[in-house]
Design a protein around this ligand. Structure first.
Ligand code: PSU
Ligand code: MN
Length: 314
């Protein structure tokens, strides 16, 4: 067997390669959120704004996707435009899909799981997104459990998100993460936020009050050789949060509609996100965008501290 070398599959933008060599702070960003998570053109605007927020907070953005079978670490502005315009026509790609897209020289938008895998290959340890996949409601029967959870259990990239969305079974998702050995931490609160809403009623494992605290825990984890992610949940800013009861009713209605239509598998999350946006008259989309930007800021600040911790060796 050949020595393990992923480099032949990776295309890393020169700015990011340089930052990796120098140990500078970098934040990975996913592309399924662009193609499947939001409608055009706000998906493209948001992707570019997110990159800018990462830069404004001292780190270098690396938006990840698969293009023509190449694992791209960092996209050009034109490539982001293209993914955003193609939307649902791009293949939503998780761990299972990567080898087939490479072999077929195809394009794929990467989910949290696939983005983590590619970020890890490049050596990027921080990743910002909006929401992760989890155990779907009724998952105890359907077994609809996102591959994101298994990835969080094994791949060495910390993920900053806005908590667990109530399209999912929050309690079971947290149980799964506990089993997988993933610490769920919350930023400046002791509760796991619920994406559109700041509160879920579930306590997180650890509260962190500074980017430095999160970075030190991450550094300790990888220094100790404990594989897997730390899930850093960051509540949506108060002014953009939605009323938990209102949004839960909207989510219930969207789930009922989805069940009637017989939608399952990888179509589930994109369907629910777009129905919820329609039913809230775009309000949920505005909240979604604001929380992504908020997460990019926190991830960049943690990346700065993590880069310092690595240089100090502590
Ligand atoms: N949640 C969101 N927006 C998203 C997703 C989740 O609020 O765009 C995307 C992410 O890419 C995530 C994926 O990794 O959906 C999970 O899909 P599934 O449940 O099919 O694994
Ligand atoms: Mn699923």
């Amino acid at each position: 067997m050949r020595a393990k070398s992923y480099n032949q599959y990776l295309d890393i933008l020169p700015e990011i390669k340089d930052a990796l060599e120098k140990g500078l702070p970098i934040v990975a960003l996913e592309s399924t959120i662009i193609s499947h998570g939001m409608p055009y053109p706000r998906n493209v605007e948001t992707a570019k704004q997110t990159e800018q927020v990462v830069r404004d907070n001292g780190a270098i953005p690396a938006t990840i996707a698969i293009l023509g079978g190449r694992l791209k670490v960092g996209l050009s502005s034109a490539e982001i435009d293209d993914l955003g315009k193609k939307g649902l026509d791009v293949i939503k790609s998780s761990r299972r899909d990567i080898p087939f897209l490479v072999a077929g020289e195809q394009d794929g938008a990467t989910t949290v799981a696939a983005t983590m895998i590619i970020a890890d290959m490049a050596g990027i340890r921080l990743f910002a997104t909006g929401g992760i996949g989890g155990v779907h409601r009724g998952g105890e029967n359907s077994m609809d459990v996102s591959a994101d959870l298994e990835e969080l259990g094994q791949t060495n990239v910390a993920v900053v998100c806005a908590g667990i969305k109530s399209i999912l079974d929050i309690g079971r998702t947290l149980e799964y993460l506990e089993t997988a050995g993933v610490p769920v931490v919350s930023y400046k609160t002791d509760e796991v936020p619920a994406f559109y809403a700041r509160s879920s009623g579930y306590k997180s494992d650890y509260q962190v009050n500074s980017p430095n605290h999160a970075a030190k825990a991450l550094h300790a984890k990888y220094d100790l050789g404990i594989n897997g992610s730390i899930l850093i949940t960051n509540p949506v800013p108060e002014i953009y949060a939605l009323d938990p009861n209102d949004i839960n009713n909207t989510i219930e209605e969207a789930i009922t509609e989805m069940e009637k239509l017989g939608i399952t598998g990888k179509q589930t999350t994109p369907f629910l996100l777009s129905r919820i946006a329609e039913r809230t008259g775009g309000e949920s989309l505005d909240t979604n965008i604001k929380l992504v930007l908020n997460n990019a800021k926190l991830a960049a600040r943690i990346a700065v501290e993590y880069s310092n911790a690595c240089k100090d060796g502590k």
